[in-house]
Design a protein around this ligand. Structure first.
Ligand code: NDP
Length: 325
């Protein structure tokens, strides 16, 4: 059987995403062959492509996909040909039409979750679940700040936080994105590209600052996050869409009000089978109940991944992005 797949032989701009056709071997022990119907684009794909997160080359690209099990290797329990499943990695290679993946990385899809919703929401939604409920442990009445509130993770965070009962301030770069964030439930919008975010957040919170900042933008928003966090509050710095935050002296957390800071990753919060199952079940429940709606902002044919990366890095996307084989 032949497979079409993205291949990185060097790191760099979106133009380094190459394509190859390979003969796909039968699944090894512990693997299944996954026929993919939808692939999720994630910011981490750009870190792998660009070298922000080093990868051994040559490498496949992409973590997240959904589809149908087409063959099952020896020793695989719990999955059968025809099952609808999705994965968020950690094995790279999701930019493909068909591939072999470890069965241990799969989640079975409930009937109410389509393949496209799964590929748009599994990685970003499980991230949202652990950030809100297990990392920051947001409670009703907390004031929180969500940077890039109209992004893939951002729109899910805003809705989840509203469902928990938080007051949500969202930052965005444009009017269109402000509309999306408001529709998702954001109580207040700050245009962080033209307003002083920390001053606006202090105004909106009666001077107190927020209890939690969710910051996936990184370097460009670090100062704004520090300035927006109230005494003994928490900065959850979970990504680097602008660039990584480096070289922070811990004393700054003392000077700004005995702050906490976490730099969490999905894989540390989805580390064992029980928490993986519980986290995904919680996500499907939040979607099934209608508390969280998944916005597929744009789709591209699979082999236009280069353009999709350009648009994501140019801040031209909103919500989740799918690549369609
Ligand atoms: P998004 O859809 O949120 O895209 C990034 C957004 O960041 C842009 O749309 C843009 O929104 C904003 N942004 C601000 N500054 C820049 C900049 N200089 N360059 C590009 N974008 C910028 O992406 P994802 O939803 O895929 O991911 C969001 C963040 O979450 C990423 O940092 C990602 O790495 C992180 N993440 C972390 C995980 C973890 O386990 N720690 C897991 C999953 C995601 P605007 O135009 O409004 O400014």
């Amino acid at each position: 059987m032949q497979a079409r797949q993205a291949i990185l032989t060097r790191t760099g701009g979106p133009e380094v995403i190459g394509w190859q056709t390979v003969d796909l071997p039968a699944p090894a022990p512990g693997e299944v062959t996954l026929r993919q119907t939808a692939v999720g684009l994630n910011y981490i794909d750009t870190y792998h492509r660009g070298g922000v997160y080093p990868v051994d080359l040559p490498s496949g690209l992409g973590l997240e996909s959904a589809g149908v099990v087409e063959a099952v290797g020896d020793g695989v329990d719990g999955f059968a040909v025809g099952d609808r499943v999705a994965t968020f990695g950690p094995v790279r290679g999701a930019y493909a039409d068909i591939r072999n993946v470890p069965a241990s990385s799969l989640f079975k899809l409930p009937d109410h979750i389509t393949d496209q919703i799964a590929a748009a929401a599994l990685l970003k939604g499980c991230t949202t679940e652990f950030l809100v409920e297990r990392c920051a442990r947001v409670e009703p009445g907390h004031a929180v700040l969500v940077h890039a509130a109209a992004g893939g993770v951002g729109l899910l965070l805003v809705q989840w936080l509203k469902a928990v009962g938080a007051t949500v301030i969202g930052t965005v770069s444009s009017e269109d994105k402000a509309e999306l964030a408001r529709a998702a439930g954001a109580d207040h919008i700050v245009f962080y590209t033209r307003e002083d975010t920390a001053s606006r957040v202090r105004e909106l919170t009666g001077g107190a600052g927020v209890r939690v900042v969710f910051d996936g933008v990184g370097l460009d928003t670090w100062e704004a996050s520090l300035g927006s966090t109230g005494r003994r509050g928490l900065i959850v710095s979970y990504g680097n869409a602008s660039a990584p935050v480096t070289g922070i002296a811990l004393g700054v957390l003392a000077a700004r009000g005995s702050l906490f800071c976490s730099r969490p990753t999905l894989f540390d919060y989805y580390a064992d089978p029980a928490e993986r199952a519980a986290g995904a079940a919680r996500l499907w429940e939040m979607i099934g109940s209608g508390k969280v709606k998944v916005t597929i902002g744009q789709t591209y044919p699979l082999e236009q991944a280069e353009q999709a990366h350009r648009d994501l890095e140019a801040r031209a996307t909103s919500g989740s992005t799918l690549l369609l084989p």
